[in-house]
Design a binder for this molecule. Structure first.
Ligand code: NAP
Length: 306
């Protein structure tokens, strides 16, 4: 029987583990599919407060993990396959193991969608990025592309035009999913060139870093190559909430709904990080919400002592 079980080991889960550990709750953390979360897929992180020279994403999460272990957090590898939240103690199953816990913090995160191209994942940190706020600064004075025709694509293209010498906005259709105001803003921006309807066929990186993209027209099938240093993939995120369908309240995109900070409709179940946040999605906001969930869980346990 555990006091607190935390699902997810990204920034939110690890911060919750540090706080719950320091409250003597000996939390159990189930790592999930992607131990370390999205930070483990980035290179330099320059906007996490406290690191004036920046820090590597994997190093930052490793530090948080060690910090949590120092305060008594225990870690188990594996992904959660089933949850029973009908009554306390909650039952959480990860593969062959089922754990019982008085309080649950769901910090399962969200995963950025990728295009599914050969070598794309390996090129993250070598020119491919899924986060303009995180990586835009590294492309000062360089040509880059943003892929995606939603609000994220428009927003990232505008944001990146502050740094990049040129931004190609590549989208597979001529119509956009983005709102009119966001499209108009991007169209007015002289640094942004719309390239539609084009599909990215290959990311060109003969030396292991991005040098360009080969595109294919969705209409004429003509191909075209663009020389550039960065490809920002902005085709949406997928919250990791499949196992919570029908068990926790979520919005139409599958993000868990939090109220009053980290609370859910089930007393004793708390949410933190990108699994409930499609707006900010930053390491520091995820860490902040992990802290809130741990404090809420601690209060809950105090009030519901056996
Ligand atoms: P989104 O609205 O789902 O748009 C995803 C875009 O990526 C679409 O244009 C889609 O093309 C394209 N796409 C998807 N899979 C693709 C693939 N495999 N290859 C190429 N293109 C692909 O996602 P989002 O832009 O991240 O926005 C998510 C939500 O957050 C939306 O509700 C949005 O309004 C909101 N948001 C709001 C703001 C804001 O208001 N400031 C900023 C960002 C996000 P198709 O259109 O052809 O399907």
């Amino acid at each position: 029987m555990h006091n607190v079980l935390i699902i997810g080991s990204g920034c939110a889960g690890l911060t919750a583990a540090i706080y719950a550990g320091r409250a003597n709750l000996r939390p159990l953390v189930i790592d999930g599919h992607e131990p370390g979360g999205q930070l483990s897929l980035t290179t330099h992180v320059e906007n996490f407060p406290g690191f004036p020279d920046g820090i590597l994403g994997p190093e930052l999460v490793e530090n948080m993990r060690k910090q949590a272990q120092k305060f008594g957090a225990e870690f188990k590898a594996g992904a959660v396959t089933e949850v029973d939240l009908h009554k306390r103690p909650f039952k959480i199953t990860a593969g062959k193991h089922t754990y019982e816990t008085e309080a649950l913090i769901v910090a399962a995160g969200a995963s950025a969608r990728l295009l599914g191209l050969k070598g794309e994942r390996e090129l993250i940190g070598r020119g491919v990025s899924t986060c303009a706020t995180c990586d835009g600064y590294f492309f000062r004075g360089k040509p880059i592309a943003v892929v995606g025709g939603g609000d994220s694509g428009m927003e990232e293209a505008n944001f990146l035009s502050r740094y990049a010498s040129k931004v190609y906005l590549i989208h597979r259709r001529k119509e956009f999913r983005a709102s009119k105001i966001m499209i108009d803003r991007a169209r007015k921006n002289e640094k942004i060139e719309f390239v539609t309807p084009f599909v990215v066929e290959e990311i060109l990186a003969p030396q292991g870093v991005v040098e360009g993209v080969r595109l294919r027209s969705a209409e004429s099938k003509e191909t075209r190559e663009l020389g550039l240093d960065g490809v920002f993939v902005a085709i949406g995120h997928e919250p990791n909430t499949t196992v919570f369908k029908g068990r926790l309240e979520m919005d139409s995109n599958g993000y868990l709904l939090a109220k009053h900070g980290s609370l859910t409709s089930i007393p004793g179940v708390f949410v933190a990080g990108d699994v409930q946040d499609h707006r900010y999605r930053q390491a520091v906001t995820a860490a902040g919400s992990g802290c809130m969930a741990a404090i809420d869980a601690e209060k809950f346990l105090e009030e519901h002592k056996h």
